[in-house]
Design a protein around this ligand. Structure first.
Ligand code: GLY
Length: 347
């Protein structure tokens, strides 16, 4: 797990205070962390901060790059669809200074659900809108309603459907005498279609959290959720406290991976509470992961050694500009930009 370094001088815990007492301000080295698919996002977010932008605008501009990217199969446009071949998106935002939160779940047809989540926060007295109501709300504010299913994602779904069962009426290349255009005859290990037949389904997401020089924080999480999910399934990403939590007095945290495990342990809130109790961001992420491991008792979710057979990752920054990330399994990495350069760190 990465160990972050933040503000160097400490007149008070949590940062430097300068100036006359009435106008004393914290001074922190701004830092942005994101899931491993967020290298472009943390770079863009820091650019927005450097240009004088607000922390929430910064992380939103960052993740919007990934939401609009048709090649990221786990977020926004190009995300893998649900059981019925429909892309349903989840997202939440939190703005530390104003204690604001907004979220959408099962939103169809909007490439940037994070911006709709922001608008729920900005324009309504609610926190979470879902399904048709979320789309109607988005349309009312001028968000374009578009087809989010790319040809590649549709083909992946068609292929998954054909390989789902040997007892249904959908044929695979091995079962038909005819050529099936677009089908991959010999799937490689690691391909989501292979993984989905081993019981491990593609489950990407982007989470991005930032702290600015004043110690103000924001975060966003956005996803197309679990590939091939039951229509209407909601993951952790749009649930405040699960896939994202920000307390401007403490820090910001978010998650990727198996949402059901994060929801049951209220994961991101746990990370923030651990930081409030004095843990570093990395240790706080690890403690939240330990709770998931302890909470996982279903044999279907355990490997031969009794360990969770799924992945969860947490990412966190605190008010002092310290940062960290941790993963249940080795091999995961996360993106960080804290000194003008963007790099990947081991979780
Ligand atoms: N963490 C993303 C999801 O489970 O939907």
């Amino acid at each position: 797990a990465g160990v972050g370094a933040g503000a160097a001088l400490g007149v008070v815990p949590g940062g430097v205070l300068d100036g006359a007492p009435a106008i004393r301000r914290r001074r922190v080295t701004p830092v942005c962390v994101a899931s491993g698919n967020g290298q472009g996002a943390v770079t863009r977010a820091q650019e927005v901060l450097n240009g004088g932008g607000d922390t929430l605008d910064a992380v939103l501009e960052g993740v919007n790059l990934v939401e609009r990217d048709p090649n990221d199969r786990s977020v926004g446009y190009g995300g893998l669809p649900n059981f019925d071949g429909v892309v349903q998106l989840d997202s939440s935002v939190m703005h530390g200074p104003t204690r604001g939160a907004g979220a959408v779940a099962c939103l169809e047809g909007v490439k940037t659900p994070s911006l709709v989540a922001r608008d729920v926060m900005r324009y309504t007295d609610h926190v979470l809108l879902v399904g048709r109501g979320a789309q109607d709300f988005a349309r009312s504010l001028g968000h374009p309603i578009e087809n989010l299913l790319t040809d590649e994602a549709r083909q992946a779904w068609v292929e998954w459907r054909a390989r789902l069962s040997e007892r249904d009426d959908y044929l695979t290349p091995e079962e038909t005498l005819y050529e099936l255009p677009g089908f991959i005859p010999n799937l490689e290990d690691g391909d989501p279609l292979v993984d989905s037949h081993d019981g491990v389904r593609p489950q990407g997401t982007i989470n991005c959290n930032i702290v600015d020089r004043n110690g103000d924080l924001s975060g966003v999480t956005t996803t197309s959720g679990l590939a091939w999910k039951i229509p209407g399934r909601v993951g952790d990403s749009p649930i405040v406290g699960a896939g994202l939590y920000v307390d401007n007095d403490v820090g910001a945290a978010g998650s990727t991976g198996r949402g059901e495990a994060v929801i049951k342990t209220v994961g991101s809130h746990t990370v923030v509470e651990m930081m409030r109790a004095g843990m570093s961001p990395t240790d706080a992420c690890l403690e939240a992961l330990r709770r998931i491991v302890a909470f996982t008792v279903e044999p279907r979710l355990l490997d031969d050694e009794g360990r969770p057979s799924f992945g969860v990752n947490y990412y966190a920054v605190n008010k002092d500009g310290e940062w960290g990330g941790a993963s249940i399994w080795a091999g995961a990495r996360f993106a960080v930009n804290g000194d003008g350069t963007t790099r990947l760190e081991d979780s």
